[in-house]
Design a protein around this ligand. Structure first.
Ligand code: ADP
Length: 397
């Protein structure tokens, strides 16, 4: 079966067409600037990437462009659209309603809509994408795969905040966690890769990208994770502050005469390594280059980031009463050997030594700790689209 995987934002729509048997992406690309002007990118596997400026007034038109491209006789990848058996949608917030992926019907749509308050930027856009597919491809089943679902196994100790209980009762304010598709995929894969029994394993996954989160996966289930009610909590990120003393918000509001909205923008867009480096960049490649050229703020930003990851690893080793494997994944975790080294060099107390040569490898499954290390440290490339395609097949089976 061929699965169309859709990741919809308010003005964008990323897609991949995946063959569920070979697990290969047959084509991928994105629609950008939807409702503004429009740009369409299409790349068949092994073929040329094409970028077309074309009017995309809404998401339905975007989905139509995707379908025309994949079935195009010139560089399409399917002979007929009938080959597309299902559509898998990334949905950011499933609240407490969804602990696993589901086939979408009217009830599910309503339940996703009820979670809109928890992810006001993302869930409405995800719903638009689902509706567009329903309109353009009636009869093809849609499956929702939630970023939060994998973390629904967290125990109360891990997901409750120390706030008056009425806020949980009234608004379901609690830790949800994100990047669940990646944490699930990578924690499973690292066990297969190392030959560990997943049902008896203690794994820490470090998903380090623009947005970063760490998770503790005990016996195959997430028992804690660094992101919270929203993806703002946890480790320092590209432009997000991660966890801070909440009193800082009031302090800045008074000193700088800022509103809550202004401060939320600072915490989401102007902070993290971008803010710490004095605006050098949110991209670790730029920060690495700037540090090499002697920029002290850039170097400090990277060290402060790495230390914030080290803290969570320590906390999660304690939460699981030990750890068998630590997996690095996502753009930064898979590629940045300097950051990995900064983090791993602080984990000697766990009996870990870094293999400096192996650590030079990028974006490949590899053990980067020495053979005599008590805990195995690996790079495991994530593949969220493939994970969504697999979930879609499983839900429909
Ligand atoms: P997102 O959270 O947007 O999905 P990614 O997982 O794609 O992010 O990670 C993007 C980040 O990964 C970039 O901002 C950059 O900091 C980092 N990154 C990507 N490639 C490299 C590289 N070769 N070396 C160092 N950092 C990299």
């Amino acid at each position: 079966m061929k699965i169309l995987v859709i990741n919809c934002g308010s003005s964008s729509l990323k897609y991949q067409l995946i063959d569920s048997e070979s697990e290969k992406a047959l084509a991928s690309g994105l629609c950008e600037r939807i409702g503004i002007d429009g740009r369409f990118t299409y790349k068949p596997d092994g073929g040329e990437k094409s970028v077309t400026d074309i009017d995309i007034p809404n998401h339905e038109v975007g989905v139509k462009l995707v379908l025309d491209a994949v079935a195009n006789p010139k560089d399409g990848v399917v002979a007929s659209l009938d080959e597309i058996g299902a559509i898998g949608h990334r949905v950011v917030h499933g609240g407490e309603k969804f602990a696993s992926s589901v086939k979408i019907d009217d009830k599910v749509m309503a339940a996703i809509e009820e979670c809109n308050d928890l992810a006001p930027l993302h869930n409405p856009a995800n719903l638009i994408g689902i509706r567009a597919c329903q309109a353009i491809m009636p009869g093809v089943p849609n499956v929702a795969v939630f970023d939060t679902a994998f973390h629904q196994t967290m125990p109360k100790e891990a997901y409750m905040y120390g706030l008056p209980i009425e806020y949980y009762d009234k608004y379901k304010i609690r830790r949800y966690g994100f990047h669940g598709t990646s944490h699930s995929f990578v924690s499973k894969r690292v066990c297969e890769f190392l030959g560990l029994d997943r049902k008896k394993s203690k794994v820490i996954v470090c998903h380090l990208g623009n947005g970063s989160s760490i998770s503790a996966v005990l016996n195959g289930e997430s028992i804690d994770t660094s992101m919270g009610l929203t993806p703002l909590e946890g480790v320092i990120m590209g432009t997000r502050s991660g966890s801070i003393d909440p009193a800082i918000i009031e302090f800045i509001a008074h000193k700088e005469n800022k509103s809550i909205d202004d401060i939320m923008k600072v915490l989401n867009k102007d902070s993290g390594v971008y803010g710490l480096s004095g605006g050098v960049s949110s991209d670790f490649r730029d920060l690495g280059k700037a540090s090499d050229e002697g920029n002290k703020l850039a170097a400090d930003a990277v060290s402060i980031f790495s230390y914030s990851v080290v803290r969570y690893i320590g906390a999660y080793a304690a939460a699981m009463n030990g750890v068998d494997a630590i997996a690095f994944t996502a753009g930064l975790g898979e590629n940045d050997q300097k950051v990995r080294k900064q983090i791993i060099s602080r984990l000697g107390y766990l009996g870990i030594t870094l293999d400096e040569e192996k650590n030079k490898i990028r974006s490949e499954e590899v053990v980067i700790s020495t053979d005599d290390s008590k805990v195995k440290v690996c790079i495991i490339p994530t593949n969220e689209e493939l994970a969504i395609a697999r979930e879609t097949v499983e839900v429909l089976a």
